[in-house]
Write a protein that binds this ligand. Structure first.
Ligand SMILES: [Zn+2]
Length: 481
């Protein structure tokens, strides 16, 4: 039987600013999922893509403002994202950059295939253009005549552009969601996506090159460049061999796509239409994570002064603590407020008190009582059954990408271990040595399982915990904060 493979990709952040906490959430979620599946399916059966979106007007403007060439500008910011991944232990297989010549070639190939299928046509277009969004907006999208995202009035613009026949795929996409309603997570957003698809119109996918020199030229029309979103979206399949290596592409695609709520139109509608156009299957899963809100529960904004920087948080608490909170304290598929108090409480109760404390006590007692631990064969049947049951629950959550819920179950397991040790009192002088050995050996089994499943969330500490257990070394892994 062919082994199951998993391909997962984040969206590509636009490199016109520093990585923010929303990027941190998306990147560490994808990392945790890929780490779990690397263990489950084998390292070589998982492919994890991240990267940066590097074309467009905003980037060109910003590079001018900084007085450097646009290539220097994107190099600088792409590096910031790479450093950011390293800082938060995001172990990707590929870092995709849309300014890479290989991407240009593949994106143009994608265009050509859509064109071959009759899905691209040229049309004069007059519309309301938002410079902030870098796209034409529909009248109904405006709030008080302004772009809702940028608060500025769009300008009237006329251009002859290429359009993509998204409407041609309306029924295909609706049928796909009808047949596979579980594609989108959370499921409650399904109606929203269906409405987006139903109301979608053909979209402009090019710009005049004289207006936007920083982009990829349209095949056979040097006066036009690919619209930034169109070129960037193709990365998801280019990275696994589109236009170059069909066999490789088919071995990885369809994949799992992770994105934020502001991105569902692109990921769930436009991109899916593009896939249908080139004859590729729709994405395997669409995972829409929530938005991180400020501590006050409101959308983060500079004016409100409630913005949380991932770099500040890392400096304050360390990368793994921030990871731990993002993955287990912040809901995986719903909007959540980021609260430092909650971060501290969660870390102290779950890691310092629950897991860390049980680990220390078990190792310490095993050493002082001179008993054998880490002997899986000798674990009591009823004890093992209880652990295995919880283990199944944890796996079920991870298999469904429910990281926060998996975290909760892992904590439940550690908590049960603490109750067990309290009830059994292996430190009591009156206990027989064999009895003490059974209790502590049982617990060492439980601790192995706990650290195994914490590994996707806190990779370094989990490995340290397991090593300490194996070597029976006293270790304070989780200092209270
Ligand atoms: Zn806008």
């Amino acid at each position: 039987m062919e082994k199951e493979k998993l391909y997962i990709t984040t969206t590509l952040p636009y490199v016109n600013a520093e990585p923010h906490i929303g990027h941190a959430l998306e990147f560490v979620q994808a990392d945790a999922i890929s780490r779990y599946f690397r263990k489950k399916l084998g390292e070589e059966n998982v492919f994890f893509n991240v990267g940066t979106d590097e074309h467009g007007q905003k980037i060109l403007d910003k590079s001018k403002k900084e007085g450097i060439t646009v290539q220097e500008f994107v190099d600088k910011y792409a590096q910031r994202f790479k450093d950011f991944c390293e800082l938060f232990f995001v172990k990707y297989d590929h870092f995709y950059r849309t300014s890479d010549p290989k991407h240009h070639k593949a994106a143009r190939e994608f265009w050509r295939r859509c064109e071959e299928n009759g899905d691209i046509y040229k049309k004069k277009y007059r519309g309301l253009y938002c410079v902030g969004c870098e796209r034409f907006l529909l009248e109904k999208e405006l709030v008080d005549g302004k772009c809702p995202d940028h608060g500025i009035e769009p300008e009237i613009k006329e251009e002859e552009n290429y359009f993509f026949r998204l409407t041609k795929y309306r029924d295909t996409l609706l049928k796909w969601l009808e047949e596979k309603p579980d594609v989108l997570k959370p499921r409650r957003k399904l109606d929203e996506l269906k409405t987006i698809i139903r109301e979608a119109e053909d979209i402009s996918i090019s710009r005049l090159k004289e207006n936007l020199p920083w982009g990829i030229e349209v095949p056979n029309d040097p006066d036009q460049v690919l619209y930034v979103w169109f070129d960037a979206l193709t990365n998801y399949v280019n990275v696994i061999g589109f236009g170059e290596d069909e066999e490789k592409l088919n071995s990885w695609w369809p994949g799992i796509q992770l994105f934020g709520p502001d991105n569902v139109r692109f990921q769930g509608s436009i991109w899916q239409g593009m896939l249908a156009s080139v004859g590729l299957p729709q994405s395997k899963r669409l995972l829409e994570h929530g938005m991180i809100l400020g501590p006050d529960g409101r959308k983060m904004s500079k004016t409100l002064g409630n913005v949380i920087s991932p770099f500040d948080q890392e400096a304050k608490f360390g990368a793994e603590v921030v990871r731990f909170y993002l993955l287990t304290g912040i809901a995986t598929f719903a909007d959540s407020a980021y609260k430092e108090e909650e971060l501290k409480n969660m870390y102290n109760s779950r890691l310092a008190n629950n897991f860390g404390n049980l680990l220390n006590r078990t190792i310490h007692l095993a050493n002082s009582k001179k008993v054998e631990i880490n002997n899986v064969k000798a674990v009591e049947k009823s004890f093992k059954e209880k652990v295995d049951r919880l283990e199944q629950d944890i796996k079920k959550f991870y298999d469904e990408y429910e990281i926060a819920l998996a975290g909760e179950k892992i904590d439940e397991l550690a908590d049960w271990g603490n109750k067990y040790i309290t009830e059994k009192e292996p430190w009591e002088e009156s206990k027989k040595k064999e009895e003490v050995e059974t209790i502590l050996n049982n617990l060492s089994y439980l601790l192995h399982v706990v650290s195994e499943f914490y590994e996707p969330i806190i990779p370094l500490s989990a490995i340290k915990a397991r090593k300490a257990l194996e070597k029976r070394e006293k270790i304070i892994l989780f200092e209270k904060i």
